[in-house]
Design a protein around this ligand. Sequence first.
Ligand code: TYC
Length: 113
Amino acid sequence: MTDRPLTMTDRKEGPEGDASVITKTKPKTQRPPMYKVLLLNDDYTPMEFVVHILERFFGLSHAQSFEIMLTVHKKGLAVVGVFSYEVAETKVAQVMDFSRRHQHPLQCTMEKE
Ligand code: TYC
C-alpha cells in the first residue's frame, strides 16, 4: 500500500480478499415541472391596459412590458414568464379577473414547459 489517497479507479482489497472498485452513485433528484404563462392577442384590449397588466402582475418595467405587449400584438402571443404551477395559476387568475372586471377580452393561459 502506498501513502497517496485512493482515486476513483483504485482497487483495494476488501475484507474477503476480493478486489472492490470505488464508484460514484448519482443521487436521483426530482425538480417540479415549470409552467409558461402566455398572453394572447385580441383586437379590442387597449395596448396601455396590457402594459399596465404586465407591470402590475409580473413586476416588469414599463419598457419590458411595452416590448412584450408589442410582441403579442405582432405575433399573436408571447411567454410572459415561467413559474411553478401555483404561481402560474395565480398570475393567470389575476390577469383574467382584472381584464374581466374592466370588460376587456384579454386572454391569459398557462402551459407545461
Ligand atoms: N391588439 C391589441 C390592439 O391593437 C393590443 C393587444 C396587445 C391586445 C396584447 C392583447 O395581449 C394583447 N389594441
